[in-house]
Design a protein around this ligand. Structure first.
Ligand code: NOJ
Length: 584
């Protein structure tokens, strides 16, 4: 073979390989983008008001998009923004394809997406398929027995007792207490509503409902979103025979949802099938359109075994990219030991079917905030934990600042429906208003959230000290800690490294992230209120030099400080991220 020919062969092989390599990279970017994301939840009503009505809105969000860029966030998910009577603040939708007027217009939404695209921020919308509002035209027509909508909801006669009273068809309970059946005078039937009276359950045994909801998904996909957070997925189907649920034994109060073991109303086999149908819809859409794989993340509080079925069913058929992992909210609290933390982290990883990606939800609009669940001193350590575990991290707005619940909201200012239903004596501990107070941007009027004289929820008065601006100018702060963690997440060792945990003692745990050719990282956390001096010499490969990479705002350490593995001192609730440098 002449030299020219050899060169041509080498060159063209190189080109083909290069081409394949680029194609591979593009495919990875398209299909795997979500696997190491931080998804930041925006609660639109409380994020930023742009028109002085005291209610957050879309233009407000758009005006704050640069904040994500500055922070290092590249994907956000928005709680519902659709037309709604707001009985459950947008989780009761009266028009799935229009924007709630208080929040803006479809044009405002287009503008939000356009700006987000420019800044490289992907937008995920909340999809609420289990129930609509009772003010939705579908429901109104269903009540009127319009043949097209007659079976759009779950209607039942109930039972007429000998004494003439009518009772619901079975003992099913609402998540928000009391019977899940609501009597409708006009239609003379009960409708199923697993949340408030204003949220009738849609009937997914009716193919027209599935079609209608597919159309809703396509409507928003065509607006350029990157996927959906799917609300209340575990409630979608109920037992077709309407069987009574057995008692759980957890409480004697028959009105409380945990009075029953929900074997006929939650996690029914058909739920998984519906998600697989949506999986196909999203996959087809992604394959035929530019842009990233459109993803699904599902919301549902269920056992770990049940949640794993959402990743994929027993036959390996795929569902959503991931079901939210709420263990940091439901299983762990200020009383948890180091072993409890490691146990629940490992439990998710052990149960998760092969080839899937873990996720960790640190907070949301339905649960007390980190600073209020684990204590204000834990904020930095909890963010270190969240950001250095393998997989996806989910942050609720304000958690990067360590915002706290405002539990002292008065009865007259209370707006959360379940709290209102609980009454004056009981509302305080049930209410979700405390974690929904507006974002604390600065120490000005209403913390920079709104120029209105009245905001939809009162501001947490601590905004004068606890706000973004203060934390941006401070040398060290929760926000700066959060920012450095997001930068750190770019490291290959955090993207792809192995995970090795260790319970050091009852109060301290650590884990290593290791990847060939990269420096290993170690996260260490003291989960209790006392100073600890621990020896982790056995846990890390010796000989190693330890240098501090990330510290909390109050730490005695500085970035770059050297530590001795035999005696690491941790202040109460202190967390550290440490780099392990092999000694040459
Ligand atoms: C879960 C949502 O996060 C919550 O806010 C809502 O009340 C219920 N689903 C019902 O949609």
């Amino acid at each position: 073979m002449g030299i020219i020919k050899v060169l041509t062969v080498v060159l063209s092989v190189g080109l083909v390989l290069g081409h394949n390599h680029n194609q591979q990279k593009e495919q990875d970017a398209k299909y795997n983008w979500w696997q190491h994301e931080v998804f930041y939840q925006i609660y639109p009503r409380s994020f930023q008001d742009s028109n002085q009505d005291g209610i957050g809105d879309l233009r407000g969000i758009t005006s704050r998009l640069e904040y994500f860029k500055e922070t290092g966030i590249t994907a956000v998910w928005l709680s519902p923004i659709y037309e709604s009577p707001m009985v459950d603040f947008g989780y009761d939708i009266s028009n799935y394809t229009n924007i709630q007027p208080e929040y803006g217009t479809l044009e405002d939404f287009d503008a939000l997406i356009a700006r987000a695209n420019e800044l490289g921020v992907k937008v995920i919308l909340d999809f609420v398929p289990n129930h609509s509002s009772n003010k939705h035209p579908w429901f109104i027509k269903s009540v009127a027995r319009d043949p097209e909508y007659e079976n759009f909801y779950v209607w039942e006669d109930g039972t007429l007792l000998a004494n003439g009273t009518r009772v619901p068809p079975n003992n099913w309970l609402s998540v928000f207490s009391g019977s899940a059946w609501e009597w409708n005078d006009e239609r003379q039937q009960y409708y199923l509503r697993q949340f408030t009276y204003g949220q009738p359950d849609l009937n997914y045994r009716n193919p027209a409902v599935i079609q209608a909801m597919d159309d809703v998904m396509l409507f928003w996909l065509n607006k350029g979103i990157a996927g959906f957070r799917i609300d209340a997925i575990i409630y979608i189907y109920e037992d077709a025979q309407l069987r009574d649920e057995p008692r759980s034994g957890a409480t004697d109060d028959p009105n409380l949802e945990n009075y029953l073991d929900h074997i006929y109303t939650r996690n029914q086999p058909e739920d998984y099938g519906l998600l697989q149908h949506w999986r196909q819809l999203l996959d087809n859409y992604s394959a035929t359109h530019d842009g990233p794989l459109r993803i699904m993340m599902t919301e549902g509080y269920a056992s770990v075994a049940q949640l794993m079925e959402y990743y994929e069913d027993a036959n390996g058929v795929q569902g959503p990219e991931f079901p939210f992992n709420f263990d940091f909210i439901t299983e762990l609290n200020e009383n948890s030991t180091a072993a409890d933390f490691v146990f629940y982290i490992q439990r998710w990883l052990i149960y998760m079917p092969h080839g899937h990606v873990a996720n960790w939800v640190m907070g949301n609009h339905d649960n007390p905030r980190v600073a209020s669940r684990f204590g204000p001193k834990t904020v930095d350590a909890m963010n270190m934990l969240l950001m250095t575990l393998p997989g996806i991290a989910i942050t609720y707005n304000g958690e990067e600042l360590g915002m706290t619940d405002y539990r002292d909201i008065s009865w007259s200012d209370t707006v959360d429906q379940p709290a209102c239903e609980a009454g004056r004596d009981n509302y305080k501990w049930i209410s979700r208003d405390p974690e929904r107070t507006p974002m604390q941007w600065n120490d000005g009027l209403n913390a920079g959230f709104s120029n209105a004289s009245h905001t939809w929820l009162p501001m947490n008065p601590n905004y004068r000290e606890l706000n973004l601006r203060n934390q941006q100018v401070a040398r060290r702060s929760h926000y700066k800690n959060y920012q450095s963690l997001l930068k750190l997440r770019q490291l290959p060792v955090l993207r792809n490294g192995s995970f090795v945990p260790e319970v050091v003692n009852r109060r301290v745990f650590a884990f290593k992230r290791e990847l060939k050719g990269e420096h290993s990282l170690l996260t260490i956390l003291n989960v209790k209120n006392g100073t600890e001096v621990v020896d982790i010499g056995d846990f890390i490969d010796q000989p190693n030099r330890l240098s501090v990479l990330v510290t909390g705002a109050e730490s005695q350490y500085r970035v770059g400080d050297r530590l001795k593995a035999e005696a690491i001192e941790l202040a109460p609730y202190e967390g550290l991220v440490i780099q392990l440098n092999k000694r040459k």
